[in-house]
Design a protein around this ligand. Sequence first.
Ligand SMILES: *Cc1c(COP(=O)(O)O)cnc(C)c1O
Length: 420
Amino acid sequence: MHHFHYKESELYCEDVPIALLAQEIGTPAYIYSHATLETHFRTFDNAFKGIPHIVCFSMKSNSNLAIVRIFSRQGGGADIVSGGELYRALKAGVDPARIVYSGVGKTAEDIEYALASGILMFNAESSQEIATLNQVAGRMKKKASIAIRVNPDIDPHTHPYISTGLKENKFGIDIRKAVEQYKLAAELRHLDVCGISCHIGSQLTTVSPFVEALGKLKQLIATLRKSGISIRYLDLGGGLGITYDKEKPPHPQEYAGAVREELNMEDLTLILEPGRVIVGNAGILLTRVVYTKSSGEKEFIVVDAAMNDLIRPSLYGSFHAVQPVRTTGKEKIKADIVGPICESGDFLAKEREVQVLEAGDLAAIMSAGAYGFSMSSNYNSRPRAAEVMVSGSDYHVIRARETYEDLIRGEKIPDFLKKA
Ligand SMILES: *Cc1c(COP(=O)(O)O)cnc(C)c1O
């Protein structure tokens, strides 16, 4: 469910015509619906009512302060993967006691910053990281709370680049070696070994891989308890999919129901790290057609958004629906929707049936709220797009469009090169 819909022939976000936003803010721009974001978070959180749980929003899916703020106001925590994301989470008002830190390459500096901030738990991904966590905590005269991220070797049936819980993936510690690692970690004086975590992949469209992973984690918890290691937090990661095209992912309610049934352990706090399912369909990328061209065999629609704004089609071959901002009833054509970047991989849609669009027309690239702006870059020296949040009949610029000055911030020509 989301709040992008047509009234007559005009696409709206909540009560604001998208064409008005194009006029006032320009293109390309990311447009988010506040009502959608709020509802998605609440629906997900409520689905787990009755079991102790924390919804730690995955910051990497969309880390804009205003967006993260919507969730922190509703009691949400954060799943971070860098010091920069910790900084953003704190700025957005996330309670540090509800922050979990994942990632295979946390440096000693990252760890120090997170310990000083008082986060809930580190999801440790290797024996060397566990040693570093212990060292840094000791130096700071603190105890680091850790979970070990285990790799349960489960195929999530998703794109290989977003599969993370197979044994060939770089993430976590092989579940068969986990007991040994837990025993070693439990000996270390500056660690409180309190959790277990996993994250098997993203854009999952069935619940069975989650249930399978949870089953394996439960077995491991039972084994650990026999060795006197008591686990209080079970972090199931994120990964619930959304509808981009024709996928029929489970509703959060169904996901939560399956988890609840399999979990069946009351003395555990469940941690969930959803990203895409909360923000994916709550945002669009608004773009304007610059030119159309025809090669005889192919039609191209050249728009002012590009792979630097939304890399998912280029990187993963992802599908994003393309909708006209104004429906005209003109015939449909099959076209490639491409950006201005000098790469053949710069496309937003390929061989797509769309209403005929002319230069100057507006189009909405749908389902762009997750891994859209957060993966954007300045490639081809393109200033990054503006981000706008619509709420009812109001809108707010939540990130200004970058300027040319922003592009060169921090760059310097050394003196020796200044002389002609
Ligand atoms: C990316 C990631 C998530 C979020 O995944 P979604 O598919 O967006 O829900 C959660 N946890 C970890 C550790 C991740 O790397």
